[in-house]
Write a protein that binds this ligand. Structure first.
Ligand code: 7TS
Length: 425
């Protein structure tokens, strides 16, 4: 270990801004604060994003003016709450190119959407000997529900591997996709590596063997201009809190034919048509899958988030993040002893940059960055099998969104140099 820090190289030039980021930042009150005496640099967007004024105000207005239960009242407030709840569904459907809003089921988020499919479609369609194809890069949310399903049904899980840049190794796809494969379930974007997976191409291959394709869109819905039906998949899961919306709300899109054939998930109020003592019939889509009083305010906030993102333009958000990630890859390459995980080409990535610095533990690194006002996540990112595959216990992760700036990338790079010096490199 050298005690002499190398001279700082001339930094790369920051990219020309593609969004009016200063104006966008004005919409996010939380960003304007100091943390440990330094201006906050929030780079933990893959975990959860901040909320614009429009979302905060929609929640506030809903509770101040319209709050009541939905689908049951014959009074003004209940009608308004129902309109707000169903109107939000239309706005989110429109954001994602979904023509039939009955195909969009509100859930608590991605995790619940994936469990919904595992418990209903999975339970009805999987038998011993059937196979589910996943990958080694999946978030635990897209792994554990299938493990539980495999235990219940005797189905077998198989896994696509990754190459040395953290991209799916599709050379094994022919061998792994067989007439035994009933479901392929993959992340559109890896939360730990940022890799964008070619889900449309894989969906075609899955359909060719008669399998159903589910896309875990937790990290693509917020960052890519996703048109869900155009992805060619059968199910798509997403979380509101990762795309400027509130926590506790998200969704599952599914093809109508599949959703109609599926048994319900949770039983209770609102999901039924006729209830007898010994049995019941189900409400029409999407209500069949929305038992009990839903997160009405959450849906309203999610509708406001969808409008906010549509207003800025998701192509512009995507281009902004790609430029920022390209710049971050350049700046981090200038930090000695730093290793970035995942694809080298920014065009193959979304707004996630995972890294390790020398042998500094990522938790120590995140703590030092936090003291510099820079918020990143460190750990296994709910992808323990992926960490094992990479041969690390954890990484530190910076993840960007529409309100991040090149100057914040500079703050990250400076804080990493500072950490390196503190550790005596
Ligand atoms: N799938 C992926 C790819 C994710 O990144 C996450 C959350 C989930 C599923 C689960 O989403 P939830 O909203 O239901 O919790 N990912 C992360 C993360 O990377 N850091 O914190 C949460």
């Amino acid at each position: 270990m050298s005690t002499l820090a190398p001279p700082d190289p001339a930094p790369s030039a920051p990219p020309t801004p593609l969004l009016d980021v200063e104006r966008i930042r004005e919409e996010f009150p939380i960003l304007h604060q100091q943390v440990h005496g330094k201006p906050l640099v929030y780079l933990d967007n893959a975990a959860s994003t901040q909320k614009p004024r429009a979302v905060i105000e929609a929640l506030d207005a809903y509770y101040r003016r319209d709050n009541a239960n939905v689908h049951r009242g014959l009074h003004e407030l209940s009608n308004r709450a129902t309109e707000a709840y169903e109107g939000a569904r239309l706005r989110v459907a429109s954001l994602f190119g979904i023509a039939d809003p009955a195909e969009l089921v509100w859930t608590r988020g991605t995790t619940e959407a994936l469990n919904l499919v595992a418990w209903t479609w999975g339970q009805a369609n999987l038998r011993a000997g059937d196979e589910v194809l996943l990958s080694v890069m999946e978030h635990h949310s897209n792994l554990v529900p299938w493990q539980l399903l495999a235990q219940r049904t005797g189905a077998r899980l198989r896994f696509l591997d990754i190459d040395d840049q953290g991209r799916l190794d599709l050379s094994a796809l022919d061998e792994l996709l067989t007439e035994r494969t009933r479901l392929v379930s993959l992340a559109h974007v890896s939360n730990a590596l940022g890799t964008v997976n070619p889900v449309r191409q894989i969906a075609e291959r899955a359909h060719a063997v008669g399998a159903v394709m589910l896309v875990d869109g937790a990290q693509s819905a917020p960052h890519l201009p996703v048109d869900i039906p155009a992805l060619g998949c059968d199910f798509y899961a997403f979380s509101g809190h990762k795309m400027c919306g509130p926590t506790g709300i998200g969704g599952l899109w599914g093809r109508r034919t599949l959703l109609e054939a599926m048994p319900p998930f949770l039983g209770g109020g609102d999901m039924i048509d006729v209830v007898e003592l010994e049995g019941s019939t189900w409400a029409a889509l999407p209500h069949k899958f929305e038992a009990g009083t839903p997160h009405i305010a959450g849906a309203v906030g999610m509708g406001a988030a969808a409008d906010f993102l549509a207003g800025i333009g998701r192509d512009a958000v995507c281009a902004h993040e790609r430029a920022l990630v390209g710049y971050a890859l350049e700046r981090l390459a200038e930090v000695p002893d730093l290793r970035v995980w995942g694809p080298r080409d920014p065009a193959e990535r979304s707004g996630v940059v995972s890294f390790t610095l020398a042998d500094i533990h990522p938790h120590d690194l995140a703590t030092i960055l936090d003291a510099e006002g820079v918020a990143v996540r460190a750990g296994h990112h709910c992808t323990q099998p992926l960490m094992r595959r990479l041969g690390v216990s954890s990484t530190a992760r910076a993840s960007f969104y529409l309100y991040n700036t090149p100057a914040e990338v500079d703050r990250l790079a400076d804080a990493l140099r500072h950490a390196r010096k503190l550790f005596g490199y």
